[in-house]
Design a protein around this ligand. Structure first.
Ligand SMILES: [Zn+2]
Ligand SMILES: [Zn+2]
Length: 167
């Protein structure tokens, strides 16, 4: 997406529209595939020689759940897109495409799940446990659930050692 500086007023100008999601450069090897165009609602203003662009960008994506294997649709949305660009005397436009791309890709979960509580597949019979329990009986942990405790783990939380490890 290219912003023409002549169209940007000092009070701010709104740029709204769509861009081809091909600019995300997602390939078949990626976990996500675009299901529609990139939509943007941005406000741009000149502060001195600096172009300030802020607003919302989003794209609808298809993904495959890492636990149950189902296909589902999701959004990558950055509602606090904020970038600044120094412009030179005589410069006509600014290409913000790389930043749109980065903002949307950074929002993607590295392990897509159809729902935060997806129950996954039974490791024995392969039944999708989201559709109900199977008859394999208790004692068989559903696939993927051994790591369920990690779902709520935040890398920003300090590690709390077990009491036995404390002095
Ligand atoms: Zn799932
Ligand atoms: Zn089963």
């Amino acid at each position: 997406m290219i912003i023409e500086i002549s169209k940007v007023s000092a009070d701010g100008s709104v740029f709204e529209g769509e861009e081809d999601a091909a600019l995300l450069d997602l390939t078949a090897a990626d976990l996500y595939a675009p299901e529609g165009p990139i939509r943007y609602h941005l406000e741009a203003r000149m502060v001195g020689r600096r172009l300030v662009v802020r607003g919302t960008v989003e794209v609808r994506l298809g993904a495959t759940c890492r636990r149950c294997g189902c296909s589902f649709s999701t959004f990558s949305r950055e509602s606090c897109f904020l970038y600044q660009y120094e412009t030179r005397e005589g410069q006509r436009d600014v290409d913000i495409t790389p930043d749109l791309r980065e903002a949307l890709l950074l929002r993607l979960e590295p392990h897509p799940l159809c729902a935060p509580g997806c129950a996954g597949l039974c490791p024995k019979c392969g039944r999708n446990l989201n559709e109900g329990p199977c008859t394999c009986g208790p004692g068989d942990a559903p696939a993927g659930r051994e790591w369920a405790a990690l779902d709520n783990w935040s890398p920003h939380e300090p590690f709390d050692p077990p009491p036995s490890a404390r002095r």
